[in-house]
Write a protein that binds this ligand. Structure first.
Ligand code: SF4
Length: 318
């Protein structure tokens, strides 16, 4: 029986960002340099496939520092950590490597600068996300207030509207964040902030690529983890543009093939923590069921590379 035709619109950029690549390389190099086990506090990036591959090489993932035995190296995840975490590692004389993405560290420094200048800080982000916990933990409790929506921004009460600043999580929806910032700027005209927001290049580009294909797609698959913020945003962006069958899948085995049985055009993208091999797996599974044509839609090219921490690149002392 002949297979049904399916056009796949492949969003580009998709998948791994420079911060995720750096974090994974930090774990791999640390295992090479110090030997297994190397402990990692929190999932290094939000992707089970990546985590399991690193476990096979000798990484041990834990939630908190008190699960790390004395005398073994520990790595902090790409999302960033509250200041108490490195402080505790130092107190315990643990060898630690910070894999916080440099673009998250930049937001931490912005927060510190506003705090030094006497401003109360509004953080636009999602409660409970490790990046938000890490950013709020850069300053004493109460210095940063979290706002998750435009509705919350409308009712926010601040200490002094003239001494106020905002920062944002790096993996938010660009469009929703603009709406929240507009509310804050209308209510507090003196609020300071970054030129646009702190959403990173990778989040912005992956959302733009989805916008470029969503209206042409009958359905769209986002390869990513349910706890990956930027992946969840890609599903929302597609749905807002009318592609209601936008779905998050971790692996090909998660695809709801019955829902795709009658479609002609399928969009595929991947969150910043999903490796390309999983996109290939999903495309391979499509080929088993359909006669596939692939059209890659590229909105921009990326060449961002972040340096590794010196302690992992410096040659060992003779
Ligand atoms: S999504 Fe953006 S902020 Fe997060 S690790 Fe990647 S580059 Fe860094």
């Amino acid at each position: 029986m002949s297979k049904r035709n399916l056009t796949i619109l492949l969003a580009n950029p998709r998948g791994f960002c420079a911060g995720v690549e750096r974090a994974i390389e930090i774990v791999e190099r640390a295992i090479e340099k110090y030997g297994p086990p190397v402990y990692v506090r929190h999932e290094i990036v939000h992707n089970r496939y990546v985590v399991e591959a690193l476990q096979d090489k000798g990484a041990v993932f834990v939630e908190e520092l008190d699960e790390v035995p004395d005398g073994v190296p520990v790595i902090f995840s790409a999302h960033g950590v509250p200041k108490v975490v490195p402080a505790e590692a130092e107190r315990r004389k643990l060898l630690y490597v910070d894999a916080t993405c440099p673009l998250v560290s930049k937001v931490h420094r912005e927060a510190e600068r506003h705090h030094r200048d006497g401003r109360q800080i509004v953080l636009i982000g999602h409660a409970g996300h490790p990046e938000v916990i890490g950013t709020m933990g850069q300053l004493p409790e109460g210095s940063i207030v979290l706002v998750e929506s435009a509705a919350q921004a409308e009712t926010l009460e601040v200490e002094d509207p003239k001494r106020l600043a905002y920062i944002t999580q790096t993996t938010l929806s660009v469009d929703d964040t603009v709406g929240i910032i507009e509310v804050l700027q209308r209510r507090f005209p003196k609020i300071s902030g970054p030129k646009k927001e702190d959403i990173c290049y990778a989040t912005t580009n992956r959302q733009s690529a989805v916008k470029a294909i969503a209206e042409r797609c009958d359905a769209l698959l986002v390869v990513g983890a349910p706890n990956s913020s930027n992946s969840a945003r890609l599903v929302e962006v597609a749905r807002k543009l009318g592609c209601e069958q936008a779905m998050l899948v971790q692996r090909a085995a998660d695809v709801d093939w019955a829902a795709l049985a009658e479609i002609d055009v399928l969009g595929i993208t991947a969150g910043a923590s999903a490796p390309e091999i999983l996109v290939e797996e999903v495309i391979g599974a499509c080929r088993e069921r359909f006669d596939v044509d692939i059209e890659e839609v590229t909105v921009t090219s990326e060449d961002v590379v972040f340096k590794l921490p010196r302690m992992l690149t410096a040659p060992a002392a003779a």
